[in-house]
Design a protein around this ligand. Structure first.
Ligand SMILES: [Zn+2]
Length: 369
């Protein structure tokens, strides 16, 4: 398998880490449901009199209850059913006869039938709603958080500054420590503390483990007394009675940051894993979507509640690894040819998965690369 992303040619940039902070933006990568105005074709009829309205709506809502996100009647036009519900070999009237409508209602439904295009689903954002109602009135439940993701107001100023700093750190670590290859950083956002750092490595050549995301997940597991990969890297040792553990941090990255004055204020370490009782472990597995709440209650478990920062958009294998390890949010800096979050696919938008993380992409004017 190809490694996650092939890094583009690197332009050297010797500015200090804070010089170009304003050149970094953050955008939420939202699924198509937040962007598209999807329409479907629906049969509609026109009522001859207002008196028909009550009986028609009553029978339709009992017998053809779909289209609940739409206003069923608009200007005496009534939505009956999507055209896709009608078989190739039948007419609308034949289709409706299956549902045993009363004679009067059936006649009303077959009067001045036409096909109209209406919203396929309820809008997620106000901007979609305003466009969708041009086609047909629909329901809309405004969601403040969804709107904030779209307009970028979901992060506080201090959170935004931290995220941007991580973007700069990715570029810097890649350039100075990992020979311009991809790197990833895992952070516990409750303390803004760096739990683990990993870089794409030639020394893990089998089974795709050279991808920095796979290594990162494994190094996070090291901070929880786990970790499956044999490593020839040196990791930071914990002092006696340490309240946090640095075991997920390879020494090369940690030493580089500790020696650099610009990074003296960075926090490192993961909360020490508390041994769960079997009962708690079952609860935790069943309740993993609670993210940071579980992190507080049970202590670290894989990447639950953790944020992941990646230089390159992860491939499908790595994106799935973050689903399995329950990451909270993924931030990445550069799109990858085989990326599975925005370039080829939107893994985080697949409803059938049992865990979903949020995805953000850093946007830059190029000065970070
Ligand atoms: Zn990968």
């Amino acid at each position: 398998m190809d490694a996650c992303g092939s890094p583009p040619p690197v332009k050297r940039n010797r500015q200090s880490p804070t010089d170009n902070e304003d050149s970094v933006g953050i955008r939420a990568v939202l699924s198509d449901e937040y962007n598209e105005i999807a329409l479907i074709k629906v049969h509609s009829c026109q009522l001859e009199t207002k008196q028909q309205l009550q009986s028609v709506i009553q029978e339709l809502s009992q017998k053809l209850p779909r289209l609940q996100h739409l206003k069923r009647v608009h200007d005496r036009n009534v939505l009956i059913c999507p055209t896709s519900d009608i078989g190739d070999a039948e007419t609308l009237e034949e289709h409706l006869q299956r549902y045993a409508f009363s004679t009067n209602v059936l006649r009303a439904l077959c009067h001045q039938v036409k096909v109209v295009e209406v919203p396929a689903r309820m809008p997620k954002l106000r901007v979609q709603y305003e466009q969708m109602i041009q086609h047909w009135p629909c329901k809309f439940h405004p969601n403040h958080y969804s709107e904030s993701l779209r307009n970028g107001s979901n992060f506080s100023i201090s959170q935004r500054i931290f995220h941007k700093r991580m973007a700069q750190l990715l570029a810097r670590l890649s350039r100075d420590v990992n020979k311009d290859r991809p790197v990833g950083i895992c952070v516990d956002p409750r303390q803004s503390s760096i739990v683990s750092i990993a870089g794409t490595s030639e020394s893990y050549s089998a089974h795709g483990h050279e991808h920095c995301s796979m290594l990162l997940v494994d190094f996070v597991a090291r901070s929880q007394q786990g970790g499956a990969l044999k490593s020839d890297l040196s990791f930071v040792e914990d002092g006696e009675k340490a309240e946090t553990t640095l075991r997920g941090l390879p020494k090369a990255y940690y030493d580089y940051l500790k020696k650099n004055e610009a990074y003296q204020d960075l926090k490192f370490g993961a909360e020490v894993s508390r041994k769960c009782q079997p009962q708690q472990q079952v609860l935790l597995n069943a309740d993993h979507s609670q993210g940071a709440d579980n992190l507080t209650k049970y202590g670290p478990y894989l990447c639950t509640g953790y944020d992941v920062y990646l230089l390159q958009e992860p491939c499908l294998m790595c994106s799935m690894a973050f689903v399995h390890s329950r990451a909270k949010r993924i931030f990445f800096l550069r799109p990858s040819d085989n990326g599975a979050l925005v370039t080829r696919f939107q893994l985080h938008a697949v409803k059938e998965l049992n865990h979903h993380y949020e995805v953000f992409q850093f946007t830059t004017d190029g000065s970070l690369t």
